[in-house]
Design a protein around this ligand. Structure first.
Ligand SMILES: [Zn+2]
Length: 500
């Protein structure tokens, strides 16, 4: 996500945009889809009732056990349940009024049935909900799932969508479906099952990349943006349209539907970049497309090619920006004339960088949120430098990173350590300067210490090695030392207090 923008009118001096001026020796490696290991497959059929604000769905998961353990049960996150009460609703920046400007109404997910599909039919499975806000669904398997084997689970559910300008919610014309379907929890060596609650700070999500086929039925006046590629569109007699999307190696699958959307698109290197904007905001919709295209191009060159066939930049009711695979939410207010173009640009750049850091390379965003946010925040300055020049980038960096870190350190709001879990932060005041700004500072200093070429080679190696998988802080440090050929323990010490 992008934190609240502290500074506006920071950089847009009209400069000649010099593109492709990178002092790079070799092209970044292309990310190959077919190199990836086995994954789970989600097949979801959903129907959106826009009057009732209800979505009904059948989700079939061909679940792949990618761990060495035998699984007696499976766990899924049912994030919509966090929106059931004011106490658990994860509205951002402690800003209840803004999130629920139409007043509070509960949102939730109701599990209707869970079954296992077998060759000769279906068998109902026992399940239960637990955790704060009942966001954890436990499904008991009738026989253990062995390592590297698969099981077919079917979950029927309905969602009540809350009137919230949040990841999950509806607004004036929009339906934001982020973190909306039961998604498998991650089992890892460090934590076992990761069954964290939906924290109101950060992006409290952690998932394995999976393949998707998702269809959604909406009234035909709704335009739909989705994480996958549109493969089928069927108009039905009842005024509904069923659109089906497919996507491979996606870490999540988000949808935004709106009956006031126009779409612009541009194809670059085989990637269809799309800008979805409110009809009255066409000018900014065009800008959003331009920024999306430039960011995809630049980060492909720097970090390795963007691996998905589509990328959607979506104007919607949301406080800032939010990354989903191949789709980003951008606050509708940044498209309005009372804002300069800066927040729109910075937010799109930030969320686009997340396609590599969070999306392509996954991380535990609860325990190590710095690992994706630092790269996304650092990428803002890098984008500005390579687009508008060093001077403007330096000013931006000093204002958005250095000043923020210094203020937070001197007032002892943060202690300078990067690796902290969401449970250790008080609120956005210590989370932002730590995960975003202090992290960006570390990456910037690493870049200065090792030089541009080595630094970028490190990042590309890191992305290529952990693409569609999960990386940890330790993995990143190891890549840094391996690629640079240097012992960097002393360098990393001030940022990682756990290091000896
Ligand atoms: Zn972010």
């Amino acid at each position: 996500m992008k934190t609240r923008l502290k500074l506006l009118s920071i950089l847009l001096i009209i400069t000649v945009v010099i593109f492709g001026c990178l002092a790079q020796k070799e092209a970044a490696p292309a990310l190959q889809m077919d190199e990836v290991e086995a994954r789970s497959f989600y097949n979801i059929e959903a129907e959106l009732n826009v009057e009732e604000k209800v979505l009904t769905a059948v989700e079939e998961i061909n679940y792949y056990n990618n761990d060495k353990i035998e699984m007696k049960e499976l766990y899924f996150h049912v994030y919509p349940n966090a929106f059931r009460t004011k106490e658990t609703a994860p509205f951002l920046f402690d800003d209840f009024e803004n999130a629920y400007k139409r007043g509070f109404e509960p949102g939730y997910g109701e599990i209707i049935s869970v079954s296992k599909r077998e060759e000769n039919g279906e068998k109902l499975l026992k399940y239960s909900l637990s955790g704060e806000g009942e966001t954890i669904l436990k499904v008991e398997l009738d026989s253990p799932l062995k390592p590297y084997e698969r099981v077919n689970i079917k979950i029927e559910f309905m969602l009540k969508i809350p009137p919230a300008g949040e990841r999950f919610g509806y607004g004036e014309n929009n339906f934001n479906l982020g973190n909306w379907y039961p998604i498998a929890a991650v089992y890892d060596d460090k934590d076992g099952w990761n069954l964290d609650k939906y924290y109101a700070i950060g992006d409290p999500f952690y998932s394995d990349a999976a393949d998707y086929r998702v269809s959604i039925k909406t009234p035909e006046e709704y335009v739909v943006a989705a994480s996958g590629q549109l493969v089928e569109e069927i108009k039905e007699d009842d005024g509904m349209v069923k659109r089906t999307y497919e996507g491979r190696a996606l870490r999540d699958f988000a949808i935004v539907a709106n009956n006031n959307f126009d779409v612009l698109e541009e194809e670059i290197d085989g990637i269809k970049v799309m800008s979805y904007y409110y009809k009255e905001d066409r000018e900014r919709g065009e800008e959003a497309l331009e920024y999306g295209v430039k960011a995809i191009k630049l980060f492909s060159k720097l970090y390795g090619n963007y691996p998905y066939p589509t990328y959607s930049v979506v104007q919607t009711e949301f406080p800032s920006g939010m990354e989903y695979p191949a789709l980003v939410y951008i606050s509708d207010k940044y498209y309005k004339p009372n804002y300069s173009s800066d927040p729109l640009l910075i937010t799109i750049v930030h969320e686009t960088a997340h396609q590599w850091f969070y999306g392509i390379v996954g991380n535990d965003q609860i325990d190590e949120p710095w690992l994706d946010e630092a790269f996304a925040a650092f990428s803002e300055t890098l984008y500005i430098e390579l687009t508008y020049g060093k001077k403007i980038a330096e000013d931006y960096y000093n204002r958005s990173v250095t000043n923020s870190v210094e203020a937070a350190l001197s007032s002892e709001i943060i202690d300078g350590g990067l690796v902290k879990s969401l449970s250790e932060f008080k609120n956005w005041d210590d989370y932002g300067p730590t995960a975003y700004d202090r992290g960006a500072q570390m990456l910037n200093e690493l870049r200065q210490k090792l030089g541009e070429d080595t630094f970028l080679e490190i990042v590309r190696t890191y992305v290529d090695r952990y693409k569609f998988r999960i990386a940890t802080t330790e993995d990143f440090i190891n890549v840094c030392q391996e690629v640079s050929g240097k012992d960097l323990k002393e360098f990393f010490k001030p940022w990682f207090d756990s290091m000896e």
